[in-house]
Design a binder for this molecule. Sequence first.
Ligand code: CTP
Length: 403
Amino acid sequence: MFIVVGVTGGIAAYKTVQLVRILVTGGHDVHVIPTADALKFVGLTTWEAISRNPVTISVHEDVAEVRHVALGRKADLVIVAPATANTLAAMTAGLADDLLGTTLLATSAPVVVAPAMHTEMWRHPATTANVETLRSRGVHIVGPADGPLTGGDSGPGRMSEPEQIAAFALSVVSADGDLADLRVAVSTGGTREPIDPVRFIGNRSSGRQGAAIAVAAADRGAHVRLVAAHVDEGALAEASVHPRIAIIRVGTAGELGSAMREAAVGADAVVMVAAVADYRVAEVADRKLSKEDGPLQTLALVPNDDILAGLVSERAARQTVVGFAAETPDDEADLLERGRRKRRRKGVDLLAVNEVGWNAGFESSDNRVIVLGADDEVVAEASGTKRAVADAVWDAVAKLRGR
Ligand code: CTP
């Protein structure tokens, strides 16, 4: 594999020497791009010797071959380790003032970033926002770890260990499993439609089924974009550390729709698990509604777009679209009938129908679904953990796509 390792100006750069050695020993063709600041910690000679390739830091060398574009294009994987707070900010802004910055803009390879900085800098809202933005663009973040820092203090901010970064980065690109290299967009959680600055219209979705769908796909080799509306505490724990899942957080149905349309571009499969509000408040109050304003009589609502139907109508050839339906039926026959009507209305390839109620579906860890196919036949049935249900849905998708 052609791997570019960007090194930026932090003391953890000495650990990146070991990272490069691990990658080279693994048979990879490694090209190091240090920033000018990085060279204050570890010199050019070391990088050349350890990577067994020439190292340059300037965009003005090898001008004829346009080095940054060449490296960016050839790369199968780009790792930035250590990534300082400044580097994260520069990446977020898309700055291209050195060879590493230009390479990062020119590449379409997966990018893995290993941050390293003092705890205060890592926790600063600016850094948090930058990390969130990078994640939403599909950048994979590994670490930082919690432990002793250079100044004698301790806390989150230590760069992850080289072995860990190497294992994580390689698993981002080389996946096995029956869904290997499938690109997938999944939505999860419940949307929240604001009424005023403190109140909203929401629902009881915990986000666990959608998170399980994302983790199952990624475990089976897919690259996943998970668009998450409001979810219960801990629902995204596994997804947020998975090397092949990028999480994009949203609030309202409108935001979820835009994020899903974006995530669906180039995706092989799109799965809408989110519980989307069908209506939003016509006029959101910009101040908290108060009883002093007089008794509130009615709340005027306007319909939201049907995101799933929109995704179906805009879909690219060979894209598989899956919906989830939450129903409160009279009995099993009614559940199937409602499911079939909904599948036809939405035009999806597969619809996973599940019964919900105060005691089933939403907040529990188990679920039961019936998956309907394009001819309205039941193509799969699953009950048990949300992961078991997720695997059954992916089995149906894999079968449909001839995998
Ligand atoms: N959905 C959507 N956009 C909406 C509402 C629902 O994309 N505005 C999607 C959900 O994510 C789910 C599927 O449509 O995949 C079915 O959702 P459900 O709430 O069961 O159905 P509705 O379309 O809301 O129909 P109804 O309210 O009549 O049951």
